[in-house]
Design a protein around this ligand. Structure first.
Ligand code: RIB
Length: 330
């Protein structure tokens, strides 16, 4: 196994790898209720692995660091990720913990509920990350999500800050973060709920939802507070309503509309967005072009079932961007 740092530019993704056990049914159960008649599908997932696949299919060289179990799910994960052309040489195995597993329920409108047993993902340690210091310092860009321990996430950005990479955080699923972490991050990509929860977790009082204050003004207010802790850009994803890019230097936003499609499964759509966004940014596209590509790619992913398997390839993304440009002028 060649554990040397790649010579070319690369996207580094560090995060979770899960086996997704999906049930597609008419509707989601309420607490205590059983809904039967669903269809079962097993597929590869985990926010980190999904983003790695999205970035690799979008044409980037990707190094993925994650911790898996010494089990059949774990071997399927590393085999499939290597087949995607992802550098898995830095992936780790926990001798005792199982690989991450997610139980996912999806209704007929594509809405979902997810419960994760992180297993080995939760044992990715600070010491293990420190051993991979040079792969972090030499990356062109970095994306981390929150399905691994917080102290490990903190250390990742601390080490990456010794290099020159673009440092992106996808705060999903959101958990309390030390305010100091944000000074080592350039871009955060939350969804709307995560943005406001992050805002209050950081000790800010949430903007009042008044009729006189628009949704985007509320997002700008929350973004401005969060950005004051050291972040340059905040990209808030709004599902079918597209996304808003907040620029801390000018205190301005750009709204990037979504491409309208009929969603069948939104699992992994946010991961598709993050993976394609970092890929395009690393290929030196502008912030708006990278968000547009991510939006276009996510609009394809939601029309397919499964997480990793739903990620579009480079030519599909290019074609959707062309279609997008015909309808939406940015
Ligand atoms: O973002 C979707 C992912 O969240 C799923 O693939 C599941 O594994 C959970 O990590």
């Amino acid at each position: 196994m060649d554990k040397s740092t790649p010579e070319n530019e690369y996207v580094l993704i560090i995060g979770s790898s899960n086996m997704d056990l999906n049930i597609y049914s008419e509707r989601l159960p309420s607490p205590g209720e059983t809904v039967t008649g669903g269809i079962f599908r097993q597929s590869l997932g985990g926010k980190g692995a999904n983003q790695a696949v999205a970035a690799a299919r979008a044409g980037s060289e990707v190094v993925f660091i994650a911790k898996i179990g010494r089990d059949d799910f774990g071997s399927q994960m590393s085999t499939k990720l290597s087949q995607e052309g992802i550098n898995t040489n830095f992936m780790l195995q926990d001798p005792e913990e199982h690989s991450g597993v997610a139980f996912i329920m999806i209704d007929k409108n594509g809405e979902n509920m997810i419960s994760v047993a992180p297993g080995a993902n939760a044992t990715l340690s600070v010491e293990e990350i420190e051993k991979h210091g040079s792969i972090l310092r030499n990356a062109t860009s970095l994306v981390v999500q929150m399905e691994i321990p917080m102290e490990t996430i903190n250390k990742i950005y601390e080490i990456a800050s010794e290099g020159h990479c673009i440092k992106i955080l996808n705060p999903a699923p959101l958990k309390p973060i030390p305010p100091d972490l944000l000074k080592n991050i350039d871009i955060i990509v939350p969804n709307e709920g995560e943005l406001f929860r992050l805002h209050s977790l950081l000790g800010f009082s949430n903007p009042q939802t008044k009729e006189s204050i628009s949704r985007s003004d509320n997002i700008i207010m929350a973004s401005k507070d969060i950005a004051s802790l050291g972040v340059d850009y905040i990209i808030t994803t709004l599902g079918a309503d597209g996304s808003l890019i907040y620029y801390a230097d000018s205190d301005k936003i750009t709204r990037v509309p979504a491409f309208k499609v009929n969603a069948v499964d939104t699992v992994g759509a946010g991961d598709c967005f993050n993976g394609v966004f970092v890929s395009y940014l690393t290929k030196s596209f502008s912030m708006i072009e990278a968000v547009k590509a991510a939006t276009a790619a996510a609009s394809i992913a939601v029309t397919r079932k499964g997480a990793q398997e739903s990620m579009p390839n480079e030519s599909e993304i290019r074609q959707r961007i062309e279609e997008y440009n015909k309808i939406i002028n940015l």
